[in-house]
Write a protein that binds this ligand. Structure first.
Ligand code: NAD
Length: 512
């Protein structure tokens, strides 16, 4: 297997790259080098100088300065800047998508799809910039006006996961930007190059528009140092964190202890219920995309199938036949639908989970093997796995970030919903059924307890127009569309007395 690295130059990526940016690229003499390895072949493609505490200070200080300016720019004018960023992203869709594939290992159509999501969010944010509405409320006092308005928050720290290395930044940064916030991005150390490429694309617009430094910033470095500093820094008004549940718990504790704001988008453990009334062909396609897409490394990946006993055997046979046809290989190649896992540690986690599954009494029906041979020498390629399990198993209760699909059988819908809800996470869920009563029950208050509930669509591949996020240990945050923008602003309730007396609320008479 070979990868072409010549396109990196077109994105401004060199052999060694500075990893901190506050309008200028910063590189301390004592910065340590982070090697960037592609999971496609296991080779090093470039390296990045990581941010030092001095770089951190320079970035945060510049962001605070920029905020004083940016918050006064009218929101539609901020929207215009985001529109231009969207235009620039359109030009780089293919190249940036290719870099996502190189660095993270998802197939090229998914890499490009991720950039399309950035473009879509930019468009959404432009419209939003004229719709940051507050309510006018009827006052109980005469000649009084009561209303609420939304103001920018300040510096937003955006800490992102490896699996959507650029889209998650755009959900946060482009919405935050129209809201009048400035952004400091700390990407995953597995995917720093995509972050540098995006920063360079954004920088073109910032410079061409004559905007000051410090509106869009970048800090590449270990989560345990740079990330941790953000959690503890009172100057970071909001920490928007996307990542695993254990890390999210840490974020909530540290930011919470300084009574700061955090927005959490954590792990999922998503199930599809396949009823006896399901269109099995549609369900099959949805399960394949949901469980095998991005090699099982989406937060919304389908991890559990809850199948009615009457269709269990038929469906499972179809599923195994479909899994056998999955082309696995170089994610740059047309026709491949499953690339490598992000790194060897992820493969080890998968194997550990399968060992645990067997110890608990579960059985593997298909896959779950490490692929060997010259083509797969980097040790990151596996076959996707279908396993039989019970809801109480520890492995089923946890999110293993790999393509393992657990099969669970049910007799009636109440039991299916109980199984669907019977995990600590609450991100995405779905039912396949052509029976309206089943569907409505699943979507009703006694149904799915997740932030996302779908009918006759799988668990992954959400549109940007809706608010995205989950309940329970998924963290409760909402990003992207709908009114998710409110998390990036502070609400202010205003009362104006335009009369010449001073009536008190609740009719209180005081000293009269
Ligand atoms: P991770 O938790 O290992 O890392 C996430 C980020 O946290 C990285 O940038 C990392 O450097 C940083 N970090 C590490 N230590 C830190 C610290 N002490 N302080 C602050 N930041 C620190 O997650 P990952 O492996 O990159 O991503 C996979 C996980 O992300 C999965 O659990 C997946 O479900 C979740 N995810 C959730 C969503 C969602 O929207 N709900 C989206 C994508 C991914």
């Amino acid at each position: 297997m070979k990868v072409d690295l010549s396109f990196l130059k077109e994105l401004g990526i060199g052999e060694k790259n500075a990893g901190a940016h506050n309008g200028e690229w910063l590189q301390s003499p004592d910065a340590s080098l982070l090697e960037v390895i592609t999971p496609i072949t296991g080779e090093t493609v470039a390296s990045v100088y990581q941010a030092t505490p001095q770089d951190y200070e320079k970035v945060v200080a510049e962001s605070r300065k920029a905020f004083k300016y940016w918050r006064t720019v009218p929101a539609p004018k901020r929207g215009e800047v985001v529109r231009l960023i969207g235009e620039e992203l359109r030009k780089y869709k293919h190249l940036l998508g290719k870099l996502v594939t190189l660095e993270m290992g998802k197939i090229l159509p998914e890499g490009e799809g991720e950039v399309q999501e950035m473009i879509d969010i930019a468009d959404f944010a432009v419209g939003l910039s004229r719709q940051l509405y507050g309510l006018t409320i009827a006052s109980e006092r005469e000649r009084h006006r009561l209303y609420e308005q939304w103001h920018p928050l300040g510096t937003v720290g955006v800490i992102t996961a490896f699996n959507f290395p650029v889209a998650v930044w755009s959900w946060n940064a482009l919405i935050a930007a129209v809201c009048g916030d400035v952004v400091i991005w700390k990407p995953s150390s597995d995917t720093p190059l995509t972050a540098i490429a995006v920063q360079k694309i954004v920088d073109k617009v910032v410079k061409a528009q004559g905007l000051p430094n410090g509106i869009f910033n970048l800090l590449i470095g270990p989560g345990s140092t740079v990330g941790q500093m953000m959690l503890e820094d009172k100057r970071i008004s909001l920490v928007s964190f996307t990542g695993s549940i254990p890390m999210g718990r840490r974020v909530a504790e540290h930011v919470g202890s300084r009574l700061g704001k955090s927005l959490l988008e954590l792990g999922g453990n998503n199930a599809i219920i396949i009823s006896e009334n399901a269109n099995l062909e549609m369900a099959l396609r949805a399960v394949l995309f949901g469980a095998v897409g991005t090699a099982g490394q989406r937060c919304t990946t389908t991890r559990r199938l809850v199948i009615h006993e009457s269709v269990y055997e038929t469906f499972v046979n179809k599923l195994i036949a479909a899994y056998k046809q999955v082309p696995i290989g170089n994610p740059m190649d047309a026709g491949v639908i499953m690339g490598p896992l992000v790194k060897r540690e992820a493969v080890a986690d998968m194997m550990e989970a399968l060992k645990g599954l067997k110890e608990e009494g579960g059985g593997i029906l298909y896959g779950g093997e490490l692929l060997e041979g010259e083509e797969y020498a980097c040790g990151c390629y596996v076959t996707p796995c279908i396993a039989e399990a019970k809801i109480g198993y520890k492995v089923v209760q946890n999110e293993t970030f790999a393509p393992i699909l657990y099969l669970l059988k049910y007799k009636d819908l109440d039991e299916a919903i109980e199984i669907q809800n019977g995990v600590p996470q609450g991100l995405s869920s779905a039912i396949f059924s052509t029976n309206m009563m089943e569907v409505e029950r699943f979507l009703g208050p006694e149904g799915s307890d997740c932030g996302i509930a779908n009918a006759n669509i799988g668990t992954s591949g959400a549109e940007i127009g809706g608010a995205f996020g989950g309940e329970k240990e998924t963290g409760g945050g909402r990003e992207s569309g709908s009114d998710a923008w409110k998390a990036y602003m502070r609400r202010q309730t205003v009362t104006i007395n335009w009369g010449s007396s001073l009536p008190l609320a609740q009719g209180i008479k005081f000293g009269e």
